[in-house]
Design a protein around this ligand. Structure first.
Ligand SMILES: Cc1cc2nc3c(=O)[nH]c(=O)nc-3n(C[C@H](O)[C@H](O)[C@H](O)COP(=O)(O)OP(=O)(O)OC[C@H]3O[C@@H](n4cnc5c(N)ncnc54)[C@H](O)[C@@H]3O)c2cc1C
Length: 418
């Protein structure tokens, strides 16, 4: 669309998943859109660094092939996704327990039953819960009233799962999914996530998770993303960059993630965010030899994974890369404690492992307590919009869906003003 000279239709602030999805839909609708990104690369929380030939994601995260927005927008073949073994390996004092969807991995059933954590009643309850989440349409979850929502812990108890099973299997696993240790997340969010896990496969792209936003950015018209362009504030006509330039636009979408939203749109409430730290260790060889996520009943870490068992390209030949995440920041002695736990769960000497990188993400995932709204409008004022995972659910799906919603609302409003 042609507008007054030099005035863009839309400026999107931030080239994370939400901003890129929004810009992509706006461009597809024929609008002239410009994305301003503070960083030197797109992706936000989903970025990957290269260090000495190793692929280092900014925090351990995975792609889920069943997310509707992922299926709609991404060329999954082009990402060269490598799958994890379904389920997780739970390290417990009585030995490892494989916790997986029994319909996908029936061979894990006898081991699960032999463990002290799961009885026949648990298995029946788990099967019923999973069958419901897997087979019923997503709207049976999204349309449940937020007022009747409860915590994951209460939902699992209502589903008939024993305290023992919840504590030893669900709690260690879900603390890494929601980045909180108390099973206090919204049950509605849990059911959506559980559903997506049952329906999809957890994977890593061959060249790191940063390939996901880069693939999205590549679908935008040439030169529509300006990197190294932080926005300092919103003006009456558009936005002001930190270099003092004003970029006029008919609409501005703030897709910056929670930290900058607080500065740019102080009137917009932003939830509390969870902090996570990931340690990347280099080992001479894989201590496991299987592409599986490992969790710990003692909860000394959230999860650990030999990334090179999933994607050998994550390290130069002759090395294994191990990522281990913990809640909170990189406090004193934390790495030492993590190393001790790794020696225990991988049953190997880790003293020769090198610490390659530590990544702390302070605004990693929004807290999503019971009653959490699954999708909020992007409209915050005339010509002003906001999107990001804090407006939906803390996930790739949530961020992309929030960007898509913002684009729909902008298109409707600009058409009404034309
Ligand atoms: C460690 C970790 C693990 C995760 N694991 C998973 C997982 O396994 N599965 C899953 O589904 N989700 C996971 N997530 C969540 C998922 O990555 C996020 O929900 C999603 O990436 C958020 O995207 P966003 O666009 O909302 O925000 P962001 O990614 O934060 O993007 C915001 C962008 O705005 C830019 N910006 C900020 N301020 C300015 C400014 N003033 N001017 C211009 N640009 C600005 C930033 O540089 C950034 O690029 C994980 C997140 C983390 C951190």
């Amino acid at each position: 669309m042609i507008t007054a000279k030099g005035v863009r239709d839309v400026v999107v602030v931030g080239a994370g998943l939400a901003g890129l999805a929004c810009a992509s839909d706006l461009a597809e609708a024929g609008l002239d859109v410009c994305v301003l990104e503070a960083g030197d690369e797109v992706g936000g929380r989903m970025r990957t660094d290269r260090i000495d030939g190793f692929v280092v994601d900014r925090g351990f995260q995975v792609c889920n092939t069943s997310y509707p927005q992922v299926r709609r927008r991404l060329d999954l073949k082009g990402l060269r996704l490598r799958p994890f073994t379904p389920g997780v390996l739970v390290h417990s004092p009585s030995g490892p327990v494989r916790f997986a969807d029994p319909t996908r991995a029936p061979r894990t059933l006898p081991g699960l039953l032999r463990s002290e954590s799961v009885g026949l009643r648990d298995l029946a309850a788990l099967s019923a819960l999973s069958a419901r989440d897997l087979l019923l349409p997503a709207r049976t979850i999204t349309r449940r009233s937020p007022r009747g929502d409860t915590t994951v812990r209460t939902a699992l108890a209502h589903a008939g799962l024993s305290e023992e099973c919840v504590e030893t299997l669900f709690r260690p696993f879900l603390s890494g999914v929601f980045l909180e240790d108390g099973l206090e997340t919204s049950a509605r969010v849990f059911h959506l996530v559980w559903r997506s896990m049952l329906r999809g496969t957890l994977c890593l792209p061959t060249h790191g998770v940063g390939r996901v936003p880069r693939t999205l950015a590549a679908t935008l018209p040439d030169r529509s993303v300006r990197r190294d362009t932080p926005v300092a504030g919103l003006s009456d006509n558009g936005v002001l960059t930190t270099s003092g330039a004003e970029i006029p636009a008919r609409a501005v979408v703030v897709a910056t993630g929670p930290g900058a939203v607080r500065g740019l749109l102080p009137e917009v409430p932003v939830p509390a965010y969870r902090v996570v730290t990931t340690y990347h260790h280099v080992a001479p060889r894989s201590p496991l030899g299987e592409p599986v996520l490992l969790v710990d009943t003692a909860r000394r870490f959230l999860n650990t994974c030999v990334l090179t068992d999933v994607v050998p390209e994550y390290a130069p030949a002759g090395h294994a890369l191990v990522a281990t995440s913990v809640l909170g920041t990189d406090r004193r002695d934390r790495e030492k404690q993590v190393r001790q736990a790794l020696a225990d769960v991988y049953r190997t000497d880790v003293t020769a492992w090198d610490l390659l990188a530590v990544r702390t993400v302070t605004d990693a995932l929004p807290s999503m307590p019971p009653g959490h709204t699954l999708s909020r409008t992007s409209r915050v004022g005339p010509g002003r919009y906001v999107c990001g995972d804090h407006r939906a659910t803390g996930s790739v799906q949530g961020a992309l869906a929030s960007g898509a919603r913002a684009a729909r609302e902008v298109v409707v409003d600009l058409a009404a003003r034309a």
